[in-house]
Design a protein around this ligand. Sequence first.
Ligand code: PLP
Length: 379
Amino acid sequence: MIYFDYNATTPLDPMVREAMLPFWGEIWGNPSSVHHVGRKARALLDDARDRTAIFLGAKPSEVVFTSGGTEANNLAILGTARLLKNKGKHLITSAVEHHAVLHCFDYLEKMEGYSVSRLPVNSEGRISLDDFRKAIRPDTILVSLMAANNEIGTIQPVSEVGQLCRERGIIFHTDAVQWFGKEPFIKVSQFNADLVSVCAHKFHGPKGAGLLYIRSPLHPDPILFGGGHENERRAGTENLAGIFGLVSALEKNVKNPVFNRFYLQPLIAQLKSCVLAIKGCELVSPADGSLANTVSFTVTGSDGIALMAGLDMEGICASSGSACSAGSLEPSHVILALGKGDVANSLVRFSLGRDSSNEEVDFVCDLLPKIIFRAQKNQ
Ligand SMILES: Cc1ncc(COP(=O)(O)O)c(C=O)c1O
């Protein structure tokens, strides 16, 4: 088995697993209970929040633990748009965001009367600051731009956009789910963002755990109602195992990115030259300003299902970047935004990680021409 799908998820780090184990055993109290069993859980939760805050360079009150990246994005976007609706109803995002962002904006537009500008991208998947400046209106209240794209790896000019927002009093959110663990992190203020989404399972933490950094004094409207958890911002008994997994994975795998650029670069370079030599293949991941672990390409005369099946038959796990529904593939909205409608359902994404080896890349490069030829012939 060759796993080249680290942007989808990563295996749990054994050290992270170790840190989570007590919460499936002896520590099972509810942090909201007033008795000593609950108080012990509460003390540990406070501890995890303090460690997370120190790690981020933030205040403990600026950390909201969530069930992952999707929920963090939903809280950031729905919660802020609703909080500020009396100030204005114009929102800006990009055409290449993850669906956990795009579908929030679609909903606000369709159901709640907001107006949404979706910035176009260039052939590398990057927005232009000029387009962004032109999109700003007096009633713009919120901007959301991803730090790095999950399908093709493009890194966006997030801190520049954040700076422009701050100068204009506009709230800025970045979905940094694919960025953490892959790019050098110093502290959360480097994004110039008011809201930052993070998800543990992209850097060898557990699934179902993430956080939203909320710069004080912002207090988005909650999207989950119930108890007063997370300082009235996210109701629901806290997932202590997940939270400890998240903070352990942050401390271990993020400051020193677990996706090591120097290790991954030659592997990705070899995959890229192999792809370039195959008839009908075109690279879509940018040469510069891109995640070091990701190489994506399109294949003329084929489709994602045939390509994924062909790779899987040889034991290779990759991704087509687009959602599969009822046995057919939706075209990738990212490839459509690049202006490549004709190949939007024939994307292949290889995303490598810390256990990817030279031997695996050699093996894939040997087989890839044959797999692609077969997938093309079956059309
Ligand atoms: C850019 C981006 N945002 C958000 C998400 C959703 O995160 P989660 O799986 O934690 O819900 C993903 C997951 O693939 C992602 O790649």
